[in-house]
Ligand binder design. Sequence first.
Ligand SMILES: C[S@@+](CC[C@H](N)C(=O)[O-])C[C@H]1O[C@@H](n2cnc3c(N)ncnc32)[C@H](O)[C@@H]1O
Length: 371
Amino acid sequence: MGVNAFSNEQQNTDNGLEAGRCRPPRQWRDDPVPEKVDVDSLSDLATPWSLRVVVTLGVAEQLAAGVTEIGDLARHVECDRDCLARVLRHLVGKGVFEEPVEGEFALNEAARSLLRSGPLRGLALDGHGGRSATAWNGLLATVRTGQPGYQSVFGRSFWADLDADSDLAASYDANMGRRAGEASDPAILLDDAWTHVGHVVDVGGGTGETLAEILRVRPTVRGTLVDLPRTVARSTEVFAAAGVADRAAVQGQSFFDPLPAGADVYLLKRLLLDWPDEQAVALLTRCAEAAAPHGRVVVVGGVSPGRAAASAGLLMMVQTGGKPRTLDEFRGLAARAGLAVTASGHSPSGQFVAECRPEAGSTARKANALR
Ligand SMILES: C[S@@+](CC[C@H](N)C(=O)[O-])C[C@H]1O[C@@H](n2cnc3c(N)ncnc32)[C@H](O)[C@@H]1O
């Protein structure tokens, strides 16, 4: 089967919470606690902002292209020479970039990760990355009120902000799409038994990277991508590039409205993390209604066997009010949506998957759906 199915007992062991065992407080959490803590450097904002500025300016790209002298560099990225030099020297001191000769800068291994094609390109301030950085200004409001502080910073909710700004929405979709493309593991079923799967609906599937990969490796399966109209409109090239356009349908709609019914699998990947409990139940309810009586709802991301790392989902807390959930917490939400968790465990690539099936005759589904 290639998966680790978890009994409740095993989950508790993973979580360090064995019944009847009393441990010192530090050990019930998985996050390592450093021996020595430098609060000054933890609270210093110079480094995170300097990194974002050089990514936004494309400094690493210029260095990669051979523009290394600070005056030339400043001209190419249209900046003040001295201010740029001071920011770069700050980063050199932190181990990012080198200055082998005074006024000449160079990439090192850490700086190469800042190339826009590299893993840290989401730091750029000129789109969704900038919004995410500034959104941290809302942490205080979030902690005070329990509500996402994004609204207090930008004057509207995260989702309303994307709705109102088409460039921002495009940047968000591109960032999500790149991340989905990098992590598109098509092994989303715990039993890996695809014989009886003819139709997969990827709910909130973004621009289609994950669904395209599923269809590419499963030539008999067809798929439907459900996401907001502006987002599914960007999937055409993704499906064409994967050679699966003839088996991929798109449905531009809210996933809080009724979903295409009768598919075998409803995939929710990296989705529940975005939503507070009430909306998560509503979304699961829509999936349960559409999947009943024989389909499965497969949740990947945002649910873990034990408690997630303390930092997981903090940005979601500020932006959307979402949060990571333990499997037991997720079970509770699923039950409210008329779903029973029938399997859970790690897929061969290590992602944690929870599979649910609609409970026969559930009245919870109707009671919990948002319109
Ligand atoms: C974090 S992304 C996850 C995308 C994809 N599942 C992945 O793994 O990359 C969340 C997705 O939910 C979509 N979304 C947000 N609100 C939605 C709604 N009300 N109806 C449909 N899609 C929505 C967004 O457009 C975005 O594509």
